[in-house]
Design a protein around this ligand. Structure first.
Ligand code: GDP
Ligand code: MG
Length: 180
């Protein structure tokens, strides 16, 4: 089908999680295909765009929102959450405390974002830095997801480009299901 007749969708997807877990790196990897080991901190909400030719009739414009420097508050203002259709909560496999923070980020999301249809916001969990040797997935993760209506989680690596496209595709599927 010619591009002219394609349906265009815009999905605002939030990327949250503690400081240093790899949120900015995941966004960069997904939207730009790059990774930088250097540490760069920007302040303010920021987003990256990625276009997905989903099927012959649909183009999806994904807007990935980075919380850039606001992690220390542990929550975000409702302006940031407005019109979001899904979220990725990221933790760092090399720092167990960042997994415990996932519950806090989830509570903030569930508290502040409501979808028009009244369904819970689709959420995925990304266990990042899966390339680092000797890291271990927290055994509670399955139970945590089940309890909180989270259908999927992935071990990712922004560095080695592992599972990031897969995870984002999964979240897009959940958003599309919600719109039916
Ligand atoms: P943010 O604070 O959550 O945005 O985290 P950043 O994206 O700034 O990443 C924090 C640090 O972890 C940086 O030094 C990154 O290079 C590094 N990092 C991010 N993702 C990965 C990864 O998948 N593997 C490894 N080994 N390092 C990563
Ligand atoms: Mg960042």
């Amino acid at each position: 089908m010619s591009d002219l007749f394609k349906k265009e969708l815009l999905f605002k997807i939030l990327v949250v999680g503690d400081f240093g877990v790899g949120k900015t790196s995941i966004i960069k990897r997904y939207a730009e295909g790059t990774f930088s080991p250097k540490y760069k901190m920007t302040i303010g909400a920021d987003f990256a765009l990625k276009q997905l030719d989903w099927d012959s009739e649909t183009r999806i414009n994904i807007q990935l929102w980075d919380i850039a420097g606001h992690e220390r508050f542990g929550y975000l203002t409702s302006v940031y959450y407005r019109y979001a259709v899904a979220a990725a909560i990221v933790f760092d496999l090399t720092r167990p405390d960042t997994f415990f923070a996932v519950a806090k980020w989830l509570a903030d999301l569930r508290d502040k974002v409501s979808l028009p249809v009244g369904r819970p916001l689709p959420v995925i969990i990304l266990a990042n830095k899966g390339d680092v040797a000797a890291n271990k997935v927290p055994p509670q993760i399955e139970e945590f997801c089940k309890k909180n209506h989270i259908t999927s989680w992935y071990v990712t690596s922004a560095k080695e480009n592992r599972n990031i496209d897969e995870a984002m595709n999964r979240v897009v599927v959940e958003v599309l299901e919600n719109q039916r």
